[in-house]
Design a protein around this ligand. Sequence first.
Ligand SMILES: [Zn+2]
Length: 304
Amino acid sequence: MSIPFVRDLEIEYGRCDDLAPGIRRVVAGNPSAFTFHGTGTYIIGRDKVAVIDPGPAIEAHVEAIMRAVHGETVSHILVTHTHNDHSPACRLLQPQVKAPTYGYGPHGAGKAEQGVVVEEGGDLEFEPDERVRDGQIIDGGRWQVDCVHTPGHTSNHICFGLHQGKALFSGDHVMGWSTSVISPPDGDMRDYMASLRKLLDRDDAIYWPTHGPAIRDPKPFVHAFIAHREAREAQILACLEEGMTTIEAMVAKLYAGVSPGLHRAAGRSVLAHLQHMVDAGRAACEGAPALDSQYRAVDTGSCL
Ligand SMILES: [Zn+2]
């Protein structure tokens, strides 16, 4: 099953676009191979509004958010997760709007609960004023959102489900333009797969990802992402069964058509798969799975 990517998006940095009743977006000028056109900061409600993912610490972007909410009150700042293109602008926006920030916790919070220390990457300064939990409802008066804990891309990733219009702000968990980066140690393939399946139990009508256009028929998309990862795992297993032992060799084979600039990220994605496969007993290596480990397949089909 191929992923029905959607990439058509007309944007202008600094402009606020009305997308649907009670949903606006300002895109930050931080385009890259990982952010597409840049970070989309959403504003929900009218008069008393929430800002979702203020974005990278770019002053011009925060000024554009402030222009967009001129004459209104920002009552909540919601953060899907703590990558550097999502949460740092909280520190520029919050002193101006004086609203509390809401998020699952600091970078690595979902792993800290498992006793794992995560220091790699991310916005290590962010600490939400209010820590939210899965299933919690944030009430903004005329709008309400569910907090949907969706670890995988990061351990502290939250999607926000707006009741009005059944719109899910899917952050970097499900995006229309690209697959999500799952990079250990904070990224976790098993959690990511469970978080994809979790969305299948919901009845959201539309997803608004942080990067790229909306996903208007979300469930086939989620199914396609699950199928894509299952196919990737099958390819990795085939590599192991051929006697290939290193992530480097697997990346060279499986990502032959991908720009070499993305091979480092691809290696971390293969590592995420292998960690999941080692956990599940389908692959093995000496010690904890790492980028330079030697892997082998585990024969699960006989000797029972
Ligand atoms: Zn991210």
